[in-house]
Design a protein around this ligand. Structure first.
Ligand code: IP8
Length: 259
């Protein structure tokens, strides 16, 4: 089984509120279908979630009633994105079942607490691809919060122990410096604890759910449970398909840290 996260930066245009990249998603779905693997899919929220979540400081949980309409609007928007993803998956030949965190998960102080993994298992058994996504969810301490796709990836990797965990991003992988501003930045093929600690902490951090460093820490925990954890560029045709077939691919492989 493989666990794949389609990053919000690849399936949406993160700079434009509610801009969906259907052409990119259709191609990625074709690569998944061609690979013929059992898959659990997670997708990010991109411009359907982060813009309003940051404007209304939803990440830290409830601070006042004025946030409630914004939280509801973010839930509506990420459902809208998810519905578009579901249509693309089903039309592309990957029968899929949507499992929204607002209904199957809850947080405790911003951390993922409860996730109904049994549901994922039953849809997989039925021959469907379970799909979940970054969403607003209830929080037992903070009333509500943001459940990120990366938190879901970590829990699902822990429960299902997939052969490979793939993060599909809009850049080739982890670089020695920020490739958007530094022409000397080079791709790091294998990232371990030592490399991570030596990286300059100047990379861009555009999300309410954290920076690339937080993502790599998550990937290290995932890799420490056995499977490969890989980050690759979904804008480059063929790379996701190759990674699903277990082939070497341009990207960064993250080696497990301490469990
Ligand atoms: O895009 C964030 O999930 P992510 C979810 O996976 C929201 O970080 C609603 C901002």
């Amino acid at each position: 089984m493989m666990l794949v996260k389609l990053g919000g930066s690849v399936i949406t245009d993160k700079t434009n509120y509610l801009a969906y990249r259907e052409d990119v998603l259709s191609r990625l779905v074709a690569e998944i279908v061609a690979a013929r693997k059992d898959i659990i899919l997670v997708h990010g929220a991109g411009s359907f979630g982060h813009v309003l979540a940051s404007e209304h400081r939803l990440q830290g949980g409830y601070t006042g009633d004025s946030q409630i309409p914004a939280a509801a609007k973010v839930m509506e928007d990420v459902r809208d994105l998810n519905l578009r993803v579901m249509r693309t998956l089903n039309a592309g030949g990957l029968p899929s079942a949507s499992l929204p965190p607002s209904a199957v998960a809850s947080l405790r102080s911003g951390e993922l607490d409860i996730l109904d993994v049994g549901m994922f298992r039953r849809y997989l058994d039925l021959g469907m691809c379970p799909v979940t996504f970054g969403d607003v969810a209830l929080d037992s301490e903070r009333r509500f919060g943001i459940c990120s796709g990366d938190q879901l990836m970590e829990r699902l990797a822990h429960e299902f122990r997939p052969q490979r965990v793939i993060f599909v991003s809009d850049i080739d992988g982890v670089f020695t410096a920020d490739p958007t501003t530094d022409p000397d930045a080079t791709l790091i093929e294998t990232v371990d604890r030592e490399t991570l600690d030596s990286l300059p902490r100047t990379h861009r951090c555009a999300d309410v759910t954290g920076s690339i460093f937080g993502k790599i820490e998550t990937m290290m925990r995932i890799a420490s449970w056995g499977g490969d954890a890989v980050v690759l560029n979904g804008n480059a045709p063929g790379r996701l398909g190759a990674a699903l077939r277990g082939e070497a691919v341009v990207g960064s492989k993250v080696k497990g840290g301490e469990a």
